[in-house]
Ligand binder design. Structure first.
Ligand code: RNT
Ligand code: ZN
Length: 417
């Protein structure tokens, strides 16, 4: 019955969109080719497998919902479960602290490809390609500063870590036949007024130059700025300006985390500017509630506008789409499913936009008409296309994933101590 309703609704929606010259079947096919990079750290509140007891680096996961993944097997099972409720094939974004260390102490400057061999096998098995991140937080040498630390010993430690991470990412990329996107975010900053802002930025620039000296062909580097971290409110070494300058000069990818800007700043508006100067973008789509709170991504105006800009810039091939939230207060698998599906819905709405007509109005100065069509487009039957997309990919349609997650919670998560 439900399937019949979906099919019928789709046929009607298809006709509505055809009137605007939009081929919904082609859009469904195109959306099915977009892989979103699921961040591994929602599954365990950014804990990782180093045995860390505390999350540092100015980030925080709140909530104590039972059932968080405690080891690699549980984390993999959770990600696979989440992926089974998300249409299309996606990627997995790993942090260095999620390596397979076999119970041994492997310090950050000792990590190697061997610690991610298991992940590469898992990737081959599941078809989820891997992206990667250096990890500067939750470590005795993290403090407030890492790559920008005035002490050469500490700087060198993190330089070595970052170099090794690039080598690992390159091995992942070569294994999967698709470059691994390696993000570098460091928390470096200061709680209070800093009077030598230049010095730390000079150190960071020099550290990055050293890290990037080796050229790899199976990985791509991206740099993520932010406004501030918890306990590091007054100064952030890796600010937006710093990384835009560095990435432009060195042709690196810029990571835009939607929680890392001032609350009224439009991240969507950055896409068309940055793409003129840097080779690609990486996104950390998140929902910032009043600040960089890393709430689960939802289908809100910010996410929709961001996706519209990607499509309007015809930039799908130059924008790597990832997520970044860590909510420990709700079922964590549910968080992945909600957040990833929301990003896909935003992409779908963007791909269904009557762009040709809108652009014609704009070019001819018909601004009432442009605004009218933008408004009407919002209530076009995109949800019928979304349901059809899910149906074609054989995953839960609508809220059908709620009982699936409830069952997993009963049978698997509730059994974890
Ligand atoms: C922190 C950044 C960063 C982290 C992850 C865990 O503010 O957003 O991307 O969330 O690396
Ligand atoms: Zn981020």
């Amino acid at each position: 019955m439900k399937e019949l309703v979906i099919l019928q609704a789709y046929e009607l929606a298809k006709m509505r969109y055809a009137e605007q010259g939009i081929d919904t079947d082609a859009v469904i096919d195109a959306l099915g080719k977009i892989s979103i990079s699921l961040h591994c750290w929602q599954a365990d509140d950014v804990t990782g497998f180093e045995g860390a007891t505390e999350l540092t680096g100015g980030i925080q996961s709140t909530g104590n919902y039972p059932g968080k993944a405690r080891n690699i097997d549980e984390l993999r099972a959770d990600i696979e479960m989440a992926a089974s409720m998300i249409p299309a094939k996606h990627r997995l974004n790993l942090h260095e602290i999620y390596g397979e260390f076999g119970g041994k102490k492997v310090d950050r400057n000792e990590v190697g490809i061997e610690h991610f061999k298991g992940w590469m096998d898992w990737s081959n098995h599941t078809g989820m390609k891997l992206d990667f991140n250096t990890t500067s937080f939750s470590h005795p040498l993290s403090g407030d500063l890492t790559l920008s630390h005035p002490d050469k010993y500490i700087r060198d430690f993190w330089i070595e870590h970052s170099k090794r991470c690039r080598e690992i990412a390159d091995a992942m990329g070569s294994n999967q036949g698709s470059p691994s996107i390696m993000n570098l975010w460091i928390h470096d900053g200061s709680k209070d007024t800093t009077v030598n802002r230049l010095k730390y930025r000079e150190h960071l620039k020099a550290s990055l130059d050293e890290i990037f000296a080796t050229k790899y062909s199976n990985m791509k580097d991206c740099l993520e700025s932010k406004v501030f971290g918890i306990g590091l409110e007054s100064y952030t070494v890796g600010s937006n300006d710093f990384y835009i300058g560095y990435a432009t000069a060195n042709q690196k990818i810029i990571t835009l985390d939607t929680g890392h800007f001032h609350p009224t700043e439009s991240v969507a508006d950055k896409v068309s500017s940055l793409l003129l100067f840097v080779p690609e973008l990486m996104l950390h789509i998140t929902r910032a509630v009043r600040w960089d709170s890393d709430h689960v991504t939802t289908l809100n105006d910010e996410t929709i506008e961001l996706c519209k800009e990607i499509i309007r810039c015809d930039a799908l091939s130059r924008v790597n789409i990832g997520l970044d939230f860590f909510d420990g207060s709700i079922n964590r698998i549910g968080a992945y499913v909600i957040g990833t599906r929301a990003a896909q819905k935003a992409l779908l709405q963007a791909m269904l936009e009557p762009l040709a007509a809108l652009r014609k109005y704009e070019a001819e100065g018909q601004y009432f008409q442009r605004l009218a069509l933008l408004e009407e487009a919002k209530s076009m039957p995109w949800s019928a296309v979304w349901d059809m997309f899910c149906l074609r990919h054989n995953v839960a349609v609508g809220e059908e994933f709620i009982p699936q997650i409830e069952q997993y919670e009963r049978e698997v998560l509730s059994k974890r101590g």
